[in-house]
Structure formats: C-alpha cells, structure tokens
Design a protein around this ligand. Structure first.
Ligand SMILES: [Zn+2]
Length: 597
C-alpha cells in the first residue's frame, strides 16, 4: 500500500493481550498441552461407551467436549489474529501452522463422539433429548444427529470416505489447479485472471471490453476439460444423493445449512419473481453511464468518481450514532470495541487483506479486523464487522457450541448493522450526486448478494437436473443453460453476447454444489427483520436482540419466529426485496431530478 493520505486509523491496533501476553507466552503451550491431555482422557473415558450414558452423564460429557474445544479455540484464534496483522513474520506463521496441525490431530481423536451420538437408536435418543438434564444440548444433539437417516453402514461409509480422496476431492483439486494456472493476455502483457477481472471495474469502457474479450479467449482452450470435470462432479454427487436417499440435488446442502427444502424454494421463487428489479436497475445504470444498453462487462463500471474521503473518527461517529439510535445498550456495546481496543483498523504492510470479525473467542470478546482506507465503502464495512461483533458478544454466554451460527444466519447482525448505517449515511448526505452514488452502490451490492446468487442457483439446478435426466452434458448444453438462466435475470437489459463460457471459472459450482444461495438467504433474512424494524421501530429492538442472543442455539425457522417471521412464507423474502426496490425507486427519482435519468 503506497497511500500517503492519513485516515486517523494509523494507530488503531487491537490489543491481543486479553488472550495471551505475546506469541511467546508460555500459557499458549500450557493450553495446548491441557487440550491434548483432556482429549486423550476424554477418549479413554467415553470411546465406545456413549450409548451407555445416562442423560446426566451425556450432558457432562458434552460440557467437557465443549470445554476442550474452547481452550484450544482460544489458542488457535490467537495464532490466527496475530498472524493476520503480519503475515511476513515467520514466527507467527510457524505458530499458526503448528496449532493447525495439532487441531487436526485432536479432532480426529474426538471424532468418535459425534459418530456415536448419531449412531444412538431413535428411541434412546428421543428419551435422552426429552430429559431435562440435556435441555441445554437439545438442539445441538439434534444437529449432530440430523444426518442419521442418510448415513450408510459403517463399512460403506469407510469406503465412501477413503474413495472420495481419489474421486470428488481429486477432480475438485484438478479444477482449482487449472483455474489457478490461467493467464490472460491483454495488450501484449500476461496478467493473472484476477487482474483481468479487476479491469471490469474500470471507468474506461474500451478497457472493460478488451479485458472481457481477453478473459473469454483465456477460458476457451480448457473448456472441454472443465466441462468434463463439472460433469463428473455432478455425476458423483448424484450417486451420493441416490445411495444416501436425499430427495433433491439441494436437500443435503439445505440440511447442512439447517434449513428446509420448503424455505429455500420460497426464497428462490420470491427472488426469481422479482428479477424486474435487476432489469430496471441495469437500464438506469446504462443511462447513468451514457450507454443505450449495458454489455455484460459494463455491470461493474463505476457510476461516478467519488473522491470523498472520510476519516476514522468520522466513520466511528457515523457507525456509533447508527447503532446508538437503534438502542443505547447496543451503542454502548459497539463503543467498547473502540474504547477497549478490540479493533485493528489501518492498512499496514504484510497485513492480510479484507475484513473479518473473530466472533466467538472463548472467554474473551470478539475482535474486528479491517483495512480502513477512508473511502465510503469502509464505513459500511466497519458497520458490517461490528454487527458480527455485536452478535458474538451477545451470544457468547451460551458457550462455544450454542453460540456458533450456521452460514444461513451468520450474516444477520452484519447485514442489519450495515442497513442501519446506510440509512444514516443517506440521511446526512445532501448532495444529490453523492446520494445517487450511495444508492447505486447499495443496490449493486444487493444484486451481487441476492439476485446474482439465485440466478447461479438456477443454473446449478438446471445442470444437476439435466445431468440426472439426460446423462453427460456437452459444452454447448452448459453454455445454453448458463445463458438461459442469466438471460432470465437480465431480460433485455444486458447484452450477454460473449458471456456463454463464463460459468466455467466459478469454483463454487465444483467443490461446494448448492452453496451460493446461502448468501441470498442470509441477506434477505436480515433485511426482512430490518424492514420490520423500520415499521415497528422500538417494538422490534428487544425481539431482534433476542435473536442475536440465541446465537446458533435454535434453527433459523425458530429464530425467525422470535421476530414474528415465517421462513416458509414467500412474503418474508419478498419484503426484503421490496426494501431493495424502494431504494431503486429513490435512485430513479434522484437521477431524474439531476437530469441523468
Ligand atoms: Zn459478514
């Protein structure tokens, strides 16, 4: 980073001494040793005996299992966090690598526990779950046992696991290696695939067009191989699903995500029925950047240069005001992150890129990691990560197992906090051009998180279904399904000429089939709670905080009930989309006022 502009975040460093004094703190080694000893004792005591435990004994065993996990998590979190701020320091890298290996060994040693719980017969498990001694672990037990109907016999499982290394994982790795080796030839120079894709954000249309053509040329030669890999992975999954008895291609993923086929179908239907929002926005965007119609490579083009820089102090104020305005208690918690040095803010040499929040750090508090550059996007990122922080902070008393959220609800507080802050930014911005820019950024984020992911889910659905019904799919067929599902999304608002092979670099399709809809799920879930908050204001504060305090101790359906929402009702997803449509209305009105629309 060569920026010379100061943001005021330069000295905002987190204080990891709440965890350990330093990387050389002997307590790290003590904690690792204690974990190893406790794991060995745990295995000694319970291996092969889980079925014989009474409810009280099983509760004691789970408590101990969680305690072991918590001690180790604390140590490895420290290693992660310490490494994140200086990845070039070999001492930090070595500590992280050593603890990661230790963690894998300990996991293997304790794997039996979950398996034996899953193996309990239903009558015994029902009796245990009904026992008050196991009340705290009821949902956890259900989660551990949820795959039970789909588990094969032990020798079959053993063969599946061992053979997966030379089947599914091998194909996935081959795919990753092929994608990783792609080089794009642009203007006589060779650049990486990421660098070429980054040029789609350029404000020079000719540069975007040339970059996209170069990407298409790059994707061409290996297309037949990637088509074969995709076919093989999709077939492999269909064999798995058939042997295990999953009803649809997506059922296994839904179960893992702690949601139901019905809720996901309602999400998909609601989103597909509102593709008009995307088409309206892209028509507006074409007008804003002076085109008759967008080409697919124009979608990421900036609408206007926004040189506005904000200081760390201003950002802190805006975000804290937004949180305080929601609830003074929440504002107080958010303030602790700043006051007590739980945030690492500046861009520094050798620091990891991006932003994250370490949510459940056992026995301590969440930590927020940023690369604060002072552009306006940074304010929303800060609000996002503080949302995660608030969620972790409130759920922490539940303990590590019950506080941890599945992918589908992990973004609840972050999206909510971002929405609060966005509204505040919009409220204090008077310049119409900058308001329009803010709105456009917000809408584009939403399109990327919601609509684009659901369109990709529709492509996956088409591919998995066609592969099961028709056998191996040709390159032409995949291109056809891709363009068909993308054109449904864009209508005639985007020219997709040249876009047909771009399905083939999306690694989520290969290694984690069905994954992409979770982004839309989490985002719209949070947004529909936010929408309800806007209508009911103070009456929603307590229910919303109750959702956060429940962490991952309840399934998403029950969490939704706390705030009076029903996830199988398409209305909940529609209300999130209505919120986006309202922002688009505002953007269109502003554009018309400025004379750009
Ligand atoms: Zn997040």
């Amino acid at each position: 980073m060569t920026t010379t502009e100061l943001t005021g975040a330069e000295d905002v460093a987190w204080d990891l001494s709440d965890l350990y004094e330093s990387g050389e703190d002997p307590r790290i080694e003590q904690d690792v040793e204690e974990t190893e000893a406790a794991a060995a004792a745990f295995r000694e005591r319970y291996h092969g005996k889980v079925a014989e435990l009474s409810a009280a004994e099983l509760a004691e065993a789970i408590d101990e299992r969680e305690r072991i996990e918590s001690i180790f998590t604390r140590a490895i979190y420290y290693a992660h966090l310490w490494f994140s701020t200086d990845m070039a320091d070999p001492t930090r890298g070595a500590l992280l690598a050593r603890l990661t290996e230790k963690g894998a060994t300990i996991d293997t040693q304790l794997l039996f526990f979950g398996l034996e719980i899953a193996d309990l017969d239903d009558a015994a498990a029902d009796a245990l779950q009904a026992d008050p001694a196991l009340e705290r672990w009821r949902y956890w037990l259900r989660s551990v046992r949820k795959f039970r109907p789909y588990i094969l016999t032990e020798p079959e499982e053993k063969i599946m696991t061992e053979k997966s290394v030379s089947s599914m994982s091998a194909w996935d790795r081959l795919y990753d290696e092929l994608i990783g080796a792609l080089r794009v030839e642009l203007d006589g120079a060779e650049i990486s695939f990421e660098q070429a894709m980054a040029k789609l954000y350029s404000n020079d249309r000719d540069e975007r067009r040339r970059a996209s053509e170069a990407v298409t040329v790059t994707l061409e030669p290996g297309l037949r191989t990637r088509t074969f890999i995709f076919n093989t992975l999709v077939l492999d999954k269909s064999i798995d699903d058939r042997l295990r008895g999953y009803e649809t291609w997506l059922s296994a993923r839904n179960l893992r995500n702690d949601t139901t086929d019905e809720a996901v179908q309602a999400l998909v239907d609601a989103t597909v029925s509102r593709y008009d929002v995307v088409q309206r926005y892209y028509r507006l965007k074409a007008r804003l950047i002076g085109l008759d119609r967008l080409a697919f490579y124009d979608r990421m083009a900036p609408i206007a240069e926004d040189p506005t820089k904000v200081s760390w102090e201003e950002s802190r104020q805006v975000v804290l005001d937004a949180y305080r305005d929601f609830s003074s208690d929440v504002g107080e918690i958010a303030e602790r992150f700043f006051r007590e040095n739980w945030i690492d803010a500046p861009v520094r040499e050798n620091k990891r890129t991006g932003a994250f929040c370490a949510t459940n750090v056992p026995g301590v508090h969440p930590y927020v990691f940023m690369n604060f550059t002072g552009d306006r996007r940074s304010i929303l990122t800060l609000a996002h990560e503080l949302g995660h922080g608030l969620h972790g902070y409130l759920a922490q008393p539940l303990g590590l197992f019950n506080a941890s959220t599945p992918l589908t609800t992990a973004e609840t507080a972050s999206v909510f906090g971002e929405a609060l802050t966005f509204k505040r930014l919009l409220a204090i911005e008077e310049d119409p051009n900058r308001r329009l820019n803010l709105l456009a950024g917000r809408i584009e984020d939403s399109i990327a998180t919601v609509f684009r992911q659901i369109a990709m889910n529709r492509f996956e659905h088409a591919v998995h279904t066609a592969r099961r019904e028709e056998g191996e799919l040709s390159m032409e067929k995949l291109e056809e399904l891709w363009l068909e599902t993308q054109t449904q999304l864009f209508g005639d608002s985007v020219d997709v000429d040249g876009y047909g092979t771009w399905w083939s670099y999306v690694s989520h399709f290969m290694g984690t089939p069905g994954y992409v809809y979770a982004y839309a799920y989490g985002f719209l879930f949070a947004l529909s709670i936010f929408r309800k908050y806007e209508l009911e204001r103070d009456a929603m504060v307590e229910p919303y905080l109750a959702v956060l305090r429940a962490g991952g101790s309840k399934p998403p359906e029950e969490l939704a009930e706390i705030v009076g929402l029903d996830l199988t009702d398409p209305g909940i997803w529609e209300s999130g989309i209505d919120a986006l449509a309202a922002e688009l209305d505002e953007a269109e009105a502003l554009a018309a006022d400025i004379g750009l629309g």
